[in-house]
Write a protein that binds this ligand. Sequence first.
Ligand SMILES: [Zn+2]
Ligand SMILES: [Zn+2]
Length: 421
Amino acid sequence: MNPTACRICRQLLNRYTDLATGEWAWRHPAAAGRPDHDPQPVPADTVAAEYRCDFCSDPKVIYVHRTRNVDAHFIADDHHQVHRYGTNWAACITCSMLVEARDAEGLTSRAQTAIGANLTGDARHALRQLQATIVDSLQAGRTLTAVGQWQPTPVAATLLPRVRDRLSALLRGPDQIDLLPAELRQAVAQGLDGARLYWVDPEFTGLTRHATSALPETPFQSTDLPAPHGLLAWALPLATLAAVSWTSTTDGLLAVGYRAVGAGLQGPDLQRLREHVGWLVPTWCRQIPDGSLVAPTNPARPLSATLLLVAQQLAQTSHAPVDDRIRKAYRRQCREEPEVRLVQIRGSRGTPCSDGNGGQPTGDGVSREYRWWVRGHWRRQPYGPGRSQHRLIYINPQLRGPQDKPIKATTTVRVIGHRHG
Ligand SMILES: [Zn+2]
Ligand SMILES: [Zn+2]
């Protein structure tokens, strides 16, 4: 599914054909209002196109429904135009439910509310006809998609066991999933069932961000894994990445990245999303054979970096509290007590891990309003019999600034000639 979008405004474009002349043209969608430019068509995936619900224009798209080919004809005295909608219909969670229920009237009312106009007569009739045609030509099944525009939000540590359970049910459920090959879903779901759960706190997430950007191309070693299967969520999303799972298979590692969905929804809409989808949606999947290099372009690099950091002295893990209701639910189902491992910087709990500079004015005598990371560097350290093997160790990252102040995630200060720890 790669439709056409406008290079200027990144809106998806509609294609209209004049049946008399055979000429056709791209047009902006109604939701774009009246743009100040002509459409400049390019493939949607080259401009990070802004997908919207095809029914109510909500940017929080979650499913794609398929129909037989749907055309809309516009007939006037002197011309006959056709809008070829095609077979794919992006939907927000609530419109998706209405589509599944084949509720053309419900879709029409929702679209009308979204347009904000009180459609009457022919206009409402035409809209109603279109919705009726869509639900009449609907094909079975729907596809979960990652093209929606969701504000990146973290997953709460206390909820992680439920987030995991919902995700594993989603992978076993009937919905097709964009970006996650069908033949791998079962393996990932089984891995999630037995996954050790990690929640990386904000300080350690900041460290991971720096360590990831500095990470050299490195071979993946399954012996570095703290557990055969895991699900790891960061306190602050790394770009759009909220969590990663890993599953050990006979062919190496199966890593899946997830983005968080739900931000901006409330009440029944949010409840529907949690019931049908959950908290996380797969956005990439990589098979990483043991010993293979994790290249700089591999989206699994943040996982690599986090696991390397957890394996070395920089990390301490403790148990994060789990929501009481979730613990009780586990007990009722006779499952083992859910555990979430909280990943923090060793010796942290509010104290900087570094040179005791925290809380002090900086060298220039100015008190700072935030703390910031001084980037460390990776070093290959020999280990094993005869020190024949090497592992990457992140050296000397430092958190500077007053310890009661927030950490500024985006600031990087490079120290040249710093002391070695
Ligand atoms: Zn445009
Ligand atoms: Zn919608």
